[in-house]
Design a protein around this ligand. Structure first.
Ligand SMILES: *Cc1c(COP(=O)(O)O)cnc(C)c1O
Length: 370
């Protein structure tokens, strides 16, 4: 396959724009000789906590570890059930299985791609310990209803914010509302490092202390290990780079919203598509449409031939993946299943419009649908 003329994501303009700052940060860290959990990580944790309006931030080496360490810190393990979405990246469920708990998949809401709060209530059992809402594609979940249910049933809430840095629900940052918020700085996310990285946030000092202990081999004091933990630390170099990007996140997310609005204006007259809604606080990590009438794969192929990169997030709902298909054979999530057959994510990154790509994408899509 040849590389598309317009990729689904182009990180180069952002890197070029901030190149001198990145270079200075690189030199600063190299000169310091300090590479893991040093002053840059501490400063980034402080700055990120302030931006998100939370008491504590803990830098980790991935979003997957953030989910996993959150569940461990909450004491969730074998015999416990954790409810989550079947329409997410595999890591959400993987973290639940990794701590020995059982993932319970509740279908998504038509139109939001997020957990359906009505179905959520019906799935709560005596074994349910936590809910992991995923703010998929940067669209905040209905946190009022999820938090109310959690409160009524004494459940923990771990927000999967891997795709939603800077997204808000009624003015509150995603990640700041649950017991824990889990972020990923994987290179494709809205706020990204130059490799793997992640972060946990919480307002609970005891939970923050527990998570810090787990990230460093289960030790509060070096060489005095208390429990079996992990090696999951954010590197100084990544933290230094993230500190340069953090002040830009609102500008970048604003541009993603502008581009999405333009997509919506231009695509609304095309038939056979379902478009995402422009809602308050949505940061459009992805601009994901649904292509109806079984035409998704053909449309994607036509776009590929026209040099437009797209992706299918996600082609198989989690409960139908090989790893879970036997244990979760009884799970029925028809909206997630039909979404997997219809979704198509179009190119989006903050500078896409400035580079004059939007017009070409719209035209190619019109031709692909014809
Ligand atoms: C990316 C992602 C993760 C995992 O983050 P990593 O940093 O890649 O480990 C978890 N959940 C969702 C929804 C994601 O998109």
């Amino acid at each position: 396959m040849t590389k598309p003329a317009i990729p689904i994501l182009d990180l180069k303009p952002q890197i070029q724009e901030l190149w001198p700052q990145f270079q200075a940060a690189f030199e600063r860290v190299m000169a310091s000789g300090h590479f893991i959990l040093g002053p840059e990580v501490q400063a980034f944790e402080r700055e990120a906590a302030e931006y998100l309006g939370v008491g504590h931030a803990i830098g980790l080496n991935s979003g997957t570890d953030a989910l996993y360490i959150a569940l461990r810190s909450l004491g969730i393990g074998p015999g416990d059930e954790v409810i989550t979405s079947p329409f997410t990246f595999f890591a959400t469920a993987e973290a639940i299985s990794h701590v020995g708990a059982t993932p319970v998949f509740v279908d998504i809401q038509e139109g939001t791609f997020n957990l359906d709060p009505v179905l959520l209530e019906a799935a709560i059992t005596r074994r349910t310990k936590a809910i992991i809402p995923v703010h998929l594609f940067g669209r905040p979940c209905d946190m009022d209803r999820i938090l109310a249910l959690a409160e009524a049933h004494s459940l923990k809430v771990v927000e999967d914010c891997a795709q939603s840095f800077g997204a808000t629900w009624q003015g509150r940052q995603t990640g700041s509302m649950g017991d824990f918020g889990c972020f990923s700085f994987f290179p494709t996310k809205n706020l990204s490092a130059f490799g793997d990285g992640g972060m946990l946030v919480t307002n609970d000092a005891r939970l923050a202390d527990e998570a810090r202990m787990l990230r460093a081999h289960g030790s509060r004091k070096k060489y005095h290990n208390e429990v079996i933990g992990y090696n999951s630390r954010l590197d100084e170099m990544h933290a230094a780079m993230l500190r340069i990007k953090l002040p830009w996140i609102d500008v970048w997310n604003g541009k993603r919203r502008e581009i999405s609005q333009e997509y919506l204006n231009r695509l609304k007259s095309m038939t056979g598509l379902v478009l995402p809604a422009m809602v308050e606080g949505h940061v459009f990590h992805q601009f994901t449409i649904r292509v109806l009438d079984g035409r998704r794969d053909a449309v994607q192929k036509n776009l590929q031939a026209a040099g437009i990169g797209t992706m299918v997030y996600y082609p198989v709902p989690v409960h139908r993946l090989r790893v879970y298909q036997e244990s979760h054979a009884a799970a029925s999530c028809p909206v997630a299943e039909s979404s997997a057959e219809e979704v198509l994510s179009l190119p989006i990154w903050p500078e896409l419009k400035d580079q004059g790509c939007l017009e070409k994408i719209i035209e190619a899509l019109r031709d692909a649908l014809a």
